[in-house]
Design a protein around this ligand. Structure first.
Ligand code: ADP
Length: 219
């Protein structure tokens, strides 16, 4: 088995994938690769891809597999992924999970962490979530950064994501159940799935994930 640390982080929207991946990236020294962040940056910068996907993101639908697979494949050409990556928001369909195997070859997924959270908590977290448009830092609507609209990390604008509005939240959770929940069985069948209770303090969740990685000799 190669030493490359490839961790897939699964969980519903608002389960804490982004928060945990940012924390884990610091501990593990591998980059946080979020397809949502990549796509939102493309929308913000009005690139060709961004213009193509803007309305899909806003509606809470999934972007097509080929496009996302290509973005991830390109990201794995970057030197900073030589030691591995934390994958957040990818794969999200079985077709993407199969594409990921093709992209990584023998250097495959080492572990898949699922952050379990009840639906009621997810809806509450998403509607109070605010994000920095520049660096992706996550705040709550009551945080001073969210109120002032300025990120303390980078000075970027702190906003509410269009898909964190109530209509889109419902839509996204349905898409999750239909397209992404089946991935739990996919990774469980390979013996790679570890379930972590996401309804705990962020540092406790991080500690449990790091324990799971250590137990399995991943990092
Ligand atoms: P969340 O998990 O909270 O929905 P993300 O930031 O992961 O947030 O994704 C935001 C949006 O970006 C998704 O609703 C979807 O439109 C698009 N997206 C992100 N990752 C993928 C993917 N792997 N496949 C298809 N669409 C994606």
């Amino acid at each position: 088995m190669s030493a490359r640390v490839i961790v897939v982080v699964l969980g519903k929207q608002g389960a804490g994938k982004g928060t945990q991946c940012k924390r884990l990236a610091q501990h593990l020294g591998v980059p946080h690769v979020s397809t949502g962040d990549i796509l939102r940056a493309a929308v913000r910068d009005r690139t060709t891809i961004g213009l193509e996907v803007a309305s899909i993101l806003e509606a809470g639908q999934l972007v097509n597999d080929d496009l996302v697979n290509r973005l991830v494949e390109e990201r794995f050409n970057d030197a900073d992924t030589a030691g591995g990556a934390l994958l957040d928001g990818f794969p999200r369909t079985e077709a993407q999970a199969e594409a990921l195997d093709q992209i990584l070859g023998d250097d495959g997924v080492k572990i898949c962490i699922n952050l379990d959270v009840p639906n009621a908590l997810v809806a509450e977290r998403l509607s109070s979530r605010r994000v920095c448009q520049e660096c992706g830092a996550i705040y709550r609507d009551s945080d001073i950064e969210a109120i002032s609209g300025t990120c303390t990390n980078c000075g970027g604008d702190v906003v509410q994501r269009a898909d964190d509005m109530p209509e889109a939240i419902h839509q996204r959770l349905e898409v999750y159940e239909r397209d992404t929940a089946p991935l739990l069985a996919f990774y469980e069948a390979r013996g790679l799935l570890v379930r972590i209770d996401g309804d705990q303090a962020p540092q406790t969740v991080t500690a449990e994930i790091l324990d799971a990685l250590a137990e399995r000799g991943v990092a």
